[in-house]
Design a protein around this ligand. Structure first.
Ligand code: NDP
Length: 244
């Protein structure tokens, strides 16, 4: 895989993914986007010349056109192999009696609207990668989109209720994954939703059983093994399939 773009890489799973790629897959271009560069991301990019940090607030959808133009210059005529829509927010423990419209709108904007609109903006570059690797089967080596979802977005697995903003935004993201997978099959672009497990990050909290390196290495091993039969699936970091 030559190029990977990940959103929300200044901390948490996004940062862990950038780190993993520098140590393992070593793509020639890692485009790490964030709102504000963290010290850790900055150090990583100083030590690894294949990292390009790009500033992107995913709620600034009006900036996506210019952003895509910049990315096109970075990836060149080989296009973009892998887009990971990782940036996300959550409003925790929101019960029906307490939920606010702004919480629903905020979660929906970052977790659903942004991944759809960013994918739309970067689609020509993903198609370029799929076309320029026509000898390869469908998969991340050729062209793929991974939407970072959550088990909390699974309607089948919802046994506790609540979490209205987050659950609804990730269920809607899952619906987008399915549609993208159907729409982009003819272009040989693979699309999957990924649950990273419950991971010890700012979002997952200190009680989470998984650390970032374990989740991230599972995520990339899973991504590496994806083929045509997997497009449109909802997967967990360890490769197992989840119910919608
Ligand atoms: P963190 O809260 O640790 O990190 C979230 C990342 O998203 C940060 O880099 C943050 O940047 C970025 N982000 C938030 N809003 C924006 C925005 N408007 N524009 C650009 N970037 C933004 O979360 P995790 O690393 O744990 O989560 C990563 C993904 O995995 C999310 O999509 C999450 O929903 C999903 N997930 C996580 C689980 C877990 O247990 N940790 C479980 C299931 C799913 P900034 O520092 O600027 O806010």
């Amino acid at each position: 895989m030559r190029s990977v773009l990940i959103t929300g890489t200044n901390r948490g799973l996004g940062l862990g993914m950038v780190k993993y790629l520098t140590e393992h897959a070593k793509p020639s271009k890692i485009i790490a986007t964030c709102r504000k560069t963290s010290e850790e991301l900055s150090k990583l990019s100083e030590a690894n010349k294949n990292i390009t940090i790009m500033h992107l607030d995913v709620t600034n959808i009006g900036s996506y056109g210019e952003f895509a133009t910049q990315i096109a210059k970075i990836v060149g005529n080989q296009g973009l192999n892998l887009l990971i829509n990782n940036a996300g927010v959550t409003t925790k423990f929101t019960k029906l009696g307490l939920v606010k419209a702004e919480q629903l709108m905020d979660n929906l904007t970052v977790n659903t609207v942004a991944p759809i609109m960013l994918t739309k903006s970067l689609l020509p570059l993903l198609k370029q990668a799929a076309d320029s690797n026509s000898g390869l089967p469908m998969g991340a080596q050729r062209a793929a989109i991974v939407n970072m979802s959550s088990i909390l977005g699974s309607i089948a697995q919802n046994k506790d209720g609540g979490f209205y903003p987050y659950r609804c935004s990730k269920a809607a993201l899952n619906a987008a994954t399915k549609s993208m997978s159907l729409d982009l099959k003819k272009d040989m672009i693979l699309v999957a939703s990924m649950h990273p497990g419950w991971v010890n990050t700012d979002m997952g909290g200190k009680n989470a059983p998984l650390d970032v390196p374990t989740s991230v290495s599972g995520i990339f091993k899973t991504i590496d093994n994806l083929g045509e039969a997997d497009t449109g699936k909802f997967l967990q970091y360890d490769g197992s399939e989840l119910p919608w």
